[in-house]
Design a protein around this ligand. Sequence first.
Ligand SMILES: C[S@@+](CC[C@H](N)C(=O)[O-])C[C@H]1O[C@@H](n2cnc3c(N)ncnc32)[C@H](O)[C@@H]1O
Length: 343
Amino acid sequence: MRDPDGGRRASARVLAWPLGTLGRVKPLAATLRAALEDELAGRSRTELAAATARLSQRYRRGGAASAPILASDTDVAAYAAYRMPATYAACERALSLAAPCYEGGIDSVVDLGGGTGAGAWAAMSVLEPGSVQVLDQVDAALRCGKRLAPFEASFARWAVGAPVPAADLVMASFVLSELSEAQRDSLVAGAIAAARRAVFIIEPGTPDGHQRVLAARAALVQAGWTVAAPCPQSGNCPVQQPDWCHFAARVERSSVHRQIKRGDLSYEDEKFSFVFAVRDGALPAAERVLRHPGKRKGFVELTVCDNAGETGRRVVTKKVGAAYKQARDLRWGDPWGDPAARD
Ligand SMILES: C[S@@+](CC[C@H](N)C(=O)[O-])C[C@H]1O[C@@H](n2cnc3c(N)ncnc32)[C@H](O)[C@@H]1O
């Protein structure tokens, strides 16, 4: 596997992380793209494109799967090629929004239905835990994930309903949509029982995905947990149907992605809904930006969710100085809530 300088990597716990300015870990998107290029070298683009078309049709249709959707090595390779960069980007953005809302540390992560490990890559990038365990029912996905990972992680066979190993954080990314309601409840209950500190559930940013996240959120709150992100409070969600709470992460499309997905754009926006809940130590944002901020001449217009459990509009004008400058840099999903900046 290549490191960001193009060399080949050996295996070690955390291998020469690409450090950004201020010593912070940089997102691993480029490392993942390079690892995928290596993994897919020599594979027929025609076969990958056919598998990609089949898989995306199946995922779009939704509904519980009676047999594993990733049914062959080619399916796994196609999934890794066209979905991993997007699920990594969504998890990375969600965890980056959640991390400042929680004052505890995360030293171990279990990724349920972790497949080829995109969620584990994001957890490594944002939280830097000491250990990560990826659990899934599909052996080919686990083998592929192990080959790709530039960090030490364990990849093991597991099926919903089996005991979940204890960890500081138990997560499930883009899994609930292919489970029956009983399996979804079982996965969330297993996560709650096994997580020492935090549970992170992320789903596609669709009305149905948000409903599944809301059901997981309700189970967490019912169990006495606190929502740390994205919600500013743990009471009822004010975002009611037909609206839905979701966010977006920009994903650069690699050339292999463009070949097998037959798209021309050099990027796509991956939409996601999520909940990050903790036993203790929640530091939720006062408000959360729910839409792309409207940046106009002399003012910024925000749609936010607040800690009173309501959604509302904020207009931040030049008059408020520092808060206006801050508002001009805001992105969809960011925390907000400086009372001085309210009308
Ligand atoms: C859409 S993929 C998501 C993979 C990964 N979490 C990601 O974000 O890229 C769903 C994963 O859930 C796994 N899965 C589905 N049903 C499962 C079950 N009953 N037990 C264990 N894993 C399951 C699938 O094998 C697949 O790897």
